[in-house]
Design a protein around this ligand. Structure first.
Ligand code: C2E
Ligand code: CA
Ligand code: CA
Ligand code: CA
Length: 278
């Protein structure tokens, strides 16, 4: 029995060693990825559920590793966060995102670009400076940029976050609470920090037509957001039934495969042009 347990531990150690080795490899490769142009932004449209117009898009990071192939953000973002590479990664996303936003605005003047910001980025003092520089350089107005934030783990960080968010408010960018309801983004966070938008996570939307629980959660989120004066964005809309339910709840903005998957910049530009001529 004792020997077996030892054996189990040894296997566990090997497994975790292999995992951390892979994490180290990915963390190291990410630095190179930025320098060697392996990163790309995709854009997923966001649609006004009241008028059917394009509101803007969410910028989503893609990484094509020369040897390992495509690596998803769900894999590399957490590693970037724990290894500290996230700050450089986000700076790249912000710079590229604002450059593309300048192009998108030529087609749709009210176009808003949403950019994912990690809680760790809020401690990066260079980031607000980069925003100001890039917005000025490209003549993009600050309120056409939305920062999507997920709650950070610790309460202590939360205090600093409030102070930093005031910096971003001064710049004039908009703030959204991301993944609302998932346990990372709580009611306390929502009411303390005052957001312009609340994003319902796709886990509550994907099966909306068949889940009474998810319906309650989505409806409650819409009601809370209304009380707080924030707009609601639902992600993960894949079918017309879910769309109709969300419209009934007063959800203002929708995103999901029902409208479009995330697209390469050129494809997104084409998508906008075709959409307008429909
Ligand atoms: P997220 O912020 O919740 O982004 C939404 C995710 O849902 C995206 O996955 C998107 O492709 C996917 N999605 C959108 N519509 C649908 C749908 O109708 N059905 C389904 N099944 N999925 C849908 P993606 O692109 O793989 O990104 C995963 C996560 O990685 C993001 O979740 C976000 O947390 C993170 N991420 C992506 N790009 C960035 C970035 O530039 N910076 C940071 N910090 N995080 C990022
Ligand atoms: Ca997001
Ligand atoms: Ca997120
Ligand atoms: Ca989400």
């Amino acid at each position: 029995e004792k020997r077996l347990q030892g054996e189990r531990w040894r296997m566990f150690d090997l497994e975790s060693a292999r995992l951390s080795e892979q994490r180290l490899l990915i963390a190291a490769s990410l630095k190179l990825a930025i320098e060697e142009d392996q990163l790309n932004l995709h854009f997923q449209p966001q649609i006004c559920l009241e008028t059917g117009d394009i509101v803007g898009c969410e910028a989503l990071l893609r990484w094509h590793h020369p040897a390992l192939g495509a690596i998803g953000p769900d894999t590399f973002i957490p590693i970037a966060e724990s290894s500290g590479v996230i700050n450089q990664l986000t700076e790249w996303v912000v710079a590229k995102g604002i450059e593309w936003q300048a192009r998108f605005c030529e087609l749709i003047p009210e176009h808003v670009i949403s950019i994912n910001i990690s809680a760790k980025d809020l401690l990066n003092k260079d980031l607000p400076v980069l925003f100001i520089t890039k917005l000025n350089e490209l003549g993009v107005s600050a309120d056409s940029v939305m920062l999507e934030l997920t709650e950070s783990a610790t309460l202590e960080e939360s205090k600093n976050i409030k102070i930093t968010l005031d910096d971003y408010r001064l710049i004039g960018v908009k703030l959204a609470i991301d993944d609302f309801g998932t346990g990372y983004s709580s009611l306390a966070y929502l009411s303390q920090l005052g957001f312009d938008e609340v994003k319902i996570d796709k886990q509550f939307v994907l099966n909306l037509a068949f889940s009474l629980n998810d319906q309650s959660i989505c409806k409650a989120t819409c009601d809370i957001a209304k009380t707080l004066g924030a707009k609601v964005v639902a992600e993960g809309i894949e079918d017309p039934q879910s769309l109709a339910i969300l419209q009934r709840y007063g959800c203002q903005i929708g995103q999901g495969y029902y409208f479009s998957k995330p697209l390469e910049a050129d494809d997104y530009l084409l998508w906008i042009k075709n959409f307008k001529s429909v």
